[in-house]
Design a protein around this ligand. Structure first.
Ligand code: HEM
Length: 290
């Protein structure tokens, strides 16, 4: 008899052939997906706090020239519009990474709908500011990596703008299934900025940064100008368009192993980023850090 099961092991129609192995592979998949989600959230949250601590705090303290320690050319004294654009984009980007985690939590949406709506407006507003700020910087200054990076990052900004507008538009019209899909797209785009750093971190660790140049015009940099957001969007498209499929316990176990491996990589990356870059900046920013 055919048993219909989704990848997380939910049984479509009970049957005697529903074995313990099937159930166990289903829970293994669910737990590995949850672990990966929690790791992404924690890591993105730390990166968001780092942006506020390093980039946004420099605006308040009047020390915007320190931005160039992160990436040369971010601050140029004679380009006020570019500085304003990228400064707003930093503050908004940090907020997005911190809020994204809260907005996707099912429990928060169900139990605290007003909070979800309130934070949702902030999230959408911040996404629009981050995108417009980044686009202004590209228009006035151009990116460090030249034309390819300009195109990759501009497309990123335009997609984020569209996703933010569509998310709020469908929420207002109470088209909740559309709202949910666009919100997922927006989240996938927003974590792209975090993935960009993670990908570079791994590339340096595993391949010694081959294909990267200091002016971000190497072959690896050119691929990365698109690779930090297009794959994430693709995952959302596949995930939201794939109906409940029948998966064997072997497929589910393999999928769980892939998710756990990805989690292990992210934990290692987050550990090193936090130890050497994010952590010290966040601690120095906190009142107790001095
Ligand atoms: C969650 C959203 C975002 C966050 C957290 C974020 C964060 C950052 C950070 C921290 C930097 C500093 C450089 C670095 O550390 O690599 C940066 C640079 C930049 N970002 Fe974003 N960003 C976000 C969204 C966007 C979007 C949507 C655009 C598209 C227009 C964009 C365009 C840029 C550009 C053009 C630069 C400067 C690159 C250069 O120096 O040439 N960002 N961003």
């Amino acid at each position: 008899m055919q048993v219909s099961e989704s990848i997380d092991g939910t049984i479509g129609s009970e049957s005697p052939s529903t074995t313990r192995w099937q159930r166990r592979s289903g829970s293994l998949f669910r737990w590995s997906a949850l672990t990966l989600g929690a790791t992404v959230w924690t890591s993105a949250l730390l990166f968001g706090l780092y942006i506020l601590a390093f980039y946004a705090a420099a605006i308040v303290e009047g020390e915007v020239q320190t931005w160039n320690e992160g990436l040369p050319g971010l601050y140029e004294p004679d380009k006020e519009a570019a500085t304003t654009g990228i400064g707003l984009h930093f503050a908004a980007g940090g907020i997005i990474l911190i809020l994204g985690c809260v907005q996707l939590l099912e429990n928060v949406r169900r139990r605290f709908l007003r909070l979800h709506r309130w934070l949702g407006h902030l999230y959408i507003g911040a996404s629009i500011v981050a995108a417009l700020g980044g686009l202004t910087f590209i228009a006035v200054n151009g990116t460090i990596g030249g034309t390819v990076m300009d195109i990759g990052f501009s497309l990123y900004g335009i997609l984020m703008l569209v996703a933010a507008i569509e998310t709020i538009r469908h929420a207002r019209a109470k088209r909740l299934s559309h709202h949910k899909v666009w919100a997922l797209r927006l989240f996938a785009l927003a974590i792209g900025s975090w993935l960009y750093r993670m990908d570079y971190g791994f590339w340096f660790m595993l391949a010694d940064g081959v294909g990267h140049t200091n002016d971000f015009r190497g072959p690896f940099d050119r691929v990365m100008a698109f690779f930090f957001y297009l794959p994430n969007l693709l995952v959302v498209e596949v995930w939201t368009r794939t109906p409940r499929l029948t998966y064997s316990p072997v497929t589910r176990t393999l999928a769980a192993v892939v998710l756990l491996l990805a989690t292990a990589f992210l934990v290692i990356g987050t550990y090193y980023f936090t130890k050497y870059e994010w952590g010290p900046a966040i601690v120095a920013w906190l009142p107790v850090g001095g």
